[in-house]
Write a protein that binds this ligand. Structure first.
Ligand code: ATP
Length: 199
């Protein structure tokens, strides 16, 4: 099986994530893509984060109509700071025969050498990197060691200037988030009064 692993905080999930996962799935002919919401990102230990349950639930709503997409609670169940290498180890044990593909945006690839055990991750997984059509990946690739660089596969993707922080800011300031994330996710945000100032 060709299996994609797509990690993130997903606070909230949005069309940038969904489109990256879809284009990566298509480019690498993946049978399944596991969205893996982090418990706590190693790079954001001081930032407030919505409850894991809410982020998982929103991700579930977002992927419900795509039979190739699934949510994995592996990191939120483990708790604590989520390291991708630990997740990759567990998935490798669960799927010893699978060809693994880690999906990430070009911005995430830039900081890849700061992740825990990047060589082990790249040994186990191809790195599917979503880039804008005219984005020059060369500079980032040049800074990476050869064994990592070799594992990178470029995925040209439709540019989507959407970020979760932008969505949170829109909600906080009372602006519309329509068409930035699926309607079910928007309704979840409204029902649970996420991203608002405490009253
Ligand atoms: P925040 O705004 O809170 O930093 P985010 O929108 O970047 O969040 P994350 O959950 O941190 O979302 O991102 C998970 C992964 O999705 C990362 O690999 C990131 O590069 C990628 N990603 C996020 N937004 C986009 C987008 N609009 N286009 C392509 N890739 C994206």
């Amino acid at each position: 099986m060709r299996l994609g692993i797509f990690g993130g905080t997903f606070d909230p999930v949005h069309y940038g994530h969904l489109r990256l996962a879809e284009e990566a799935r298509e480019a690498a002919n993946l049978e399944r893509v596991l969205f893996v919401p982090a418990s706590v990102s190693p790079f954001r230990t001081n930032e407030p984060l919505s409850a894991a349950e809410a982020r998982v639930q929103m991700a579930r709503l977002a992927v419900q109509h795509n039979p190739h997409f699934e949510i994995s609670e592996i990191e939120v169940r483990r708790g604590g700071v989520s390291y991708t290498v630990d997740t990759v180890r567990v998935i490798r044990q669960q799927y010893p025969e699978a060809e693994l593909f880690l999906i990430l945006g070009a911005d995430a690839l830039q900081g890849f050498m700061d992740w825990r055990e990047p060589y082990l991750i790249a040994h186990e997984c191809h790195l599917l990197v979503g880039v804008r059509p005219n984005y020059d990946l060369r500079k980032t690739l040049k800074q990476l060691p050869e064994p990592i660089r070799q594992r990178v596969q470029r995925v040209p993707m439709t540019p989507m200037g959407i970020s979760a922080s932008n969505i949170r800011e829109h909600v906080r300031t009372g602006r519309s988030i329509r068409y930035l994330t699926p309607q079910d996710v928007i309704e979840y945000i409204q029902q649970h009064r996420l991203y608002r100032e405490p009253e």
